[in-house]
Design a protein around this ligand. Structure first.
Ligand code: PLP
Length: 395
């Protein structure tokens, strides 16, 4: 996702990085934190600059921003965390401290419930945040499926919560969220939904809480085009209250994941921007960028380019899938490494075998041409007899 913006005369996008000797990247991978997440919308930047002009009571601001975001997203309550992963940590801490009278998670979890039930198909690298909060994961099901009996049998006196990752493309045959919430709530156990990258559609901002989830996490720095160091926790007033007592600015376990005043108003501006965004027009722009790449591929016999109708995290957005005909996965990796090595540095996501994806959501308007031109150049170099010395220095 990218916003439109203007630079001062004589300055090009990314010059501020070049000054440091860090060559910027054309991002065709998607909203990956490692590449900077997304480009903040101009209204977000303006709000942040304005927030930098005055001091404020951070607790009051957190509460006010939370109330406003809850209203906008049709949720009972909301909390701004230092990223979706921090939201996962805070949700886990709040779940573990459920039986503690003041709700504050202690460093010593002896005697507290610490187990989180998760469908095996929902394991993600970010679930480390549960461990950081002192929790452990109890897997149910297989890589592709789970049934309700298995879910019901997994609850014990040590259960603190259930973690659910709504990526239908990962595992269509898991227990539906509504059922998971029903089963967990019968036992007084909260359900945490990690929906960090599940936008668009915007309805997801309320759909998972409507299904019964106690806390739903979104990244501020992905489709919302807010500060990369923010995330949303949307959910029930009761759960969010218990989460907030474990979070910064209080001197509690969540203190290392603080969110500043500029970030707080920045993510609010981002939510406002996103809710007013014409999602259909945005997806039309994606379609045009993908169509450009498909058309480009049609002219060539060394690649096949097709449109696929699912984003990297399973979102209903298109991508281009490029197949390097006659080459294997090893050559594909070397090709992608070369694409990333020299300006215009382009980062793309490898697919199966000899394929890779071009994701439009992080391409700025016109980047699709930079990508196709550069792909064409590298393919032409590849078709020439190898020059050993040059190969070594560029791969
Ligand atoms: C991106 C992502 C996260 C981490 O989000 P941050 O806002 O970068 O902390 C967590 N879970 C899932 C499923 C994600 O895709």
């Amino acid at each position: 996702m990218t916003g439109e913006r203007t630079l001062e005369p004589g300055r090009a996008a990314g010059d501020i990085y070049r000054t440091l000797g860090v060559e910027p990247i054309v991002n065709g991978r998607s909203t990956f934190t490692i590449l900077g997440g997304s480009l903040m919308a101009p209204s977000v930047l303006a709000a942040m600059a304005e927030a930098a002009e005055a001091f404020v009571d951070l607790t009051e601001l957190q509460a006010a921003v939370g109330r406003r975001i809850a209203e906008l997203t049709h949720n009972e309550a909301a909390f701004v965390s230092g990223g979706a992963a921090a939201g996962l940590f805070l949700s886990a801490a709040a779940s573990i401290a459920r039986g503690v009278p003041d709700g504050v998670a202690p460093l010593d979890r002896t005697g507290l419930p610490t187990e989180f039930i998760i469908h095996r198909a929902h394991r993600i690298p970010y679930d480390l945040a549960i461990g950081l909060a002192g929790g452990t994961l109890v897997e149910i099901g297989t890589d592709v499926a789970t049934d309700q009996a298995e879910l019901e049998a997994a609850f014990t006196a040590r259960t603190a919560g259930v973690l659910y990752v709504p990526k239908a493309h990962l595992a269509p045959a898991v227990v539906p969220l509504e059922v998971v919430c029903h089963v967990a709530h019968q036992r007084g156990i909260p359900v945490i939904v990690d929906a960090a990258a599940q936008l668009p559609p915007r309805e997801n901002l309320w759909r998972f809480t409507e299904a019964g989830a106690d806390a739903v996490l979104f990244s501020g720095g992905k489709a919302l085009c807010g500060p990369a160091s923010t995330g949303l926790v949307l959910g029930s007033a009761r759960f969010i209250e218990r989460l907030a007592v474990n979070a910064a600015p209080l001197q509690r376990l969540g203190r290392p994941m603080k969110v500043g005043k500029e970030d707080l108003v920045g993510i609010l501006a981002a939510v406002e921007w996103y809710l007013e965004l014409d999602e259909e027009a945005l997806i039309r722009r994606y379609e045009e960028q993908v169509a450009h790449l498909v058309d480009w591929g049609r002219e060539r016999d060394d690649v096949d380019v097709v449109r696929v109708d699912m984003g990297e995290a399973g979102q209903p957005t298109p991508r281009a899938l490029v197949l390097l005909s006659g080459r294997d996965g090893y050559e594909r990796d070397a090709f992608l490494a070369r694409l990333r090595a020299a300006p215009p540095r382009i980062d793309l996501l490898a697919g199966d075998e000899n394929t890779f994806y071009v994701a439009p959501e992080t391409l700025r308007p016109g980047d699709e041409r930079i990508v196709s031109d550069r792909l064409g150049q590298l393919l032409a170099e590849l078709a020439q007899p190898a020059e050993p010395a040059r190969e070594q220095s560029t791969v």
